[in-house]
Design a protein around this ligand. Structure first.
Ligand code: TYD
Ligand code: MG
Length: 453
């Protein structure tokens, strides 16, 4: 096979040169040149292969999503996988990417191809037995070379392809190692054009780095139609599936799964799962009806405080909660509720491996912190939500009625919410408060607060 002519492109200014250099001659950036196959050779243009047509004559049937057979996944994808689309599934190693995709392949009604570039066909077969996924129409290809993969797609004519993972496959004409920027980009481009040409959906597995970003170039996210992220704590069984980017629909849906002995099981009633291990009557715990996209979820927020000797800088640790947000709320409590949190080490976490990123979790976190500081448990049937401002004022958050309805459904009878929130649904009594101090008073924490200060 003749080697294709390579060029080197500067990541900073886009200039190409035939020779690699440590510094770009055009913009003088260091280490910015990366290998690239000339585009004209990579994707040959066939004259007349694409013609313009009136929008009314375009066959939209082609772009309708096909259900995956996994309801929690369809929920996130807005109905299913669109023919010809490319989806990137990102997640940390061991989180369950290969497992869920094997389950997806087994549920697909027609022929599928699983390119297992990281495992042998035997290993995949063993796992498939465990998952009940040994289906006659599921084909395995333990292969890392891109041209062989493309040839196998041509030969087996699957209606769904999974490539596990994009970082382990390589084009032999590119000398960089698998997983390098050039390889990942080149392979992704080729697979995208395969998907579009054949009208077959392709799912790529992508590993994420320690920092949480997808390993490989950012450009990968631009090339694909959909980016899904599979999250969770490896030590918990809970897994959350979100769309980070989705060309065919909304990105605010959440899929919830539980890792079991026989693979990932969808969890339609997620609130129940999050609260299973909750112990009531313990100080430092508050329950927040949070919203993940359109989906209300009840999540427990926990806090722990310990006094530290003077002169020792107090530790602040947050899990599933933004560090900056925790620092801000501690400052608000210190200043607006006169609580001596500055002399305490503080630990805060969202239980169950969830990440609470929405402002509605501010007030419950504040109540959990004060409850921990004063050793005073909150009522067991209480939920709390609301955004806290720097002046200690409470602001309403989106979809209060939906949050309250979910809390009522789970048996909670009382709620503390921002004063301006819309009317509450039946089945739950609400206390409306305007400031953090009022919220503390409403649960009997304020008198003690002054004493502790
Ligand atoms: P895997 O799908 O290999 O993760 P990834 O492809 O994201 O690296 O999942 C690996 C983990 O899942 C492994 O620790 C074992 C666990 N697991 C189960 O708990 N139950 C199962 O049925 C399967 C197949 C895996
Ligand atoms: Mg895997």
């Amino acid at each position: 096979m003749t080697k294709m002519r390579l060029v080197y492109r500067c990541n900073e200014c886009g200039t190409t040169t035939p020779k690699w250099a440590g510094r770009c001659a055009a913009c003088e950036a260091w280490n910015s040149l990366v290998e690239e196959l000339p585009t004209a050779e990579a994707v040959p243009l066939v004259p007349g292969s694409v013609v313009a047509q009136p929008i009314g004559q375009v066959d939209a049937q082609f772009a309708r999503p096909q259900p995956t057979g996994i309801p929690e996944m369809d929920r996130v994808l807005g109905g299913g996988l669109v023919p010809g689309s490319v989806t990137l599934l990102g997640g940390e190693p061991g989180i369950g990417k290969s497992t869920i995709l094997l389950q997806l392949l087994a549920k697909w009604p027609t022929r599928t191809l699983y390119v297992c570039a990281e495992e042998s066909a035997q290993q995949v077969r063993v796992r498939a037995e465990r998952l009940g996924a040994v289906q006659p129409d599921l084909w395995l290809l333990p292969e890392t070379s891109l041209p062989h993969i493309v040839a196998a797609i041509e030969e087996t004519k699957p209606t769904l392809v999974v490539v596990d993972s994009i970082q382990t496959i390589a084009h032999p004409d590119v000398s960089s190692a698998p997983g390098s920027v050039v390889q990942v980009r080149e392979c992704a481009h080729r697979l995208v054009s395969e998907a579009k040409r054949r009208g077959v959906p392709i799912v790529l597995v992508g590993h994420v780095t320690k920092e949480g970003g997808l390993a490989g170039p950012r450009v990968l996210e631009h090339v694909v139609d959909t980016v899904l992220s599979f999250e969770g704590d490896r030590h918990h069984s809970l897994r959350l599936l979100r769309a980070v980017k989705h060309r065919f629909g909304a990105t605010n849906e959440l899929g919830v799964f539980e890792m079991a002995g026989d693979g990932l099981q969808g969890v339609p009633d997620a609130s129940r799962l999050f609260l299973t291990d909750r112990r009531t009557g313990v100080a430092g715990s508050a329950v927040v009806p949070t919203l993940e996209g359109q989906r209300p979820l009840l999540v427990e927020v926990q806090a722990l405080t310990n006094p530290v000797p003077s002169g020792v800088p107090p530790r602040r640790s947050a899990q599933g909660i933004d560090h900056g947000r925790l620092a801000l709320l501690l400052a608000v409590l210190e200043r607006r509720a006169r609580l001596a949190l500055g002399t305490h080490e503080v630990f805060a976490s969202a239980v169950g491996g969830v990440r609470l990123t929405e402002p509605g979790a501010d007030l419950p976190l504040c109540l959990a912190l004060v409850s921990a500081l004063l050793h005073h448990p909150l009522p067991p049937d209480l939920v709390v939500f609301g955004e806290v401002g720097l002046a200690g004022e409470l602001r309403q958050v989106a979809h209060a009625p939906r949050r309250l309805a979910e809390a009522a459904r789970m048996g909670f009878t009382r709620a503390i919410i921002p004063a301006n929130s819309p009317p509450a649904p039946d089945g739950i009594s609400v206390v409306r408060v305007g400031t953090v101090a009022e919220a503390l008073a409403a649960v009997g924490l304020s008198g003690r607060a002054t004493r502790a200060a």
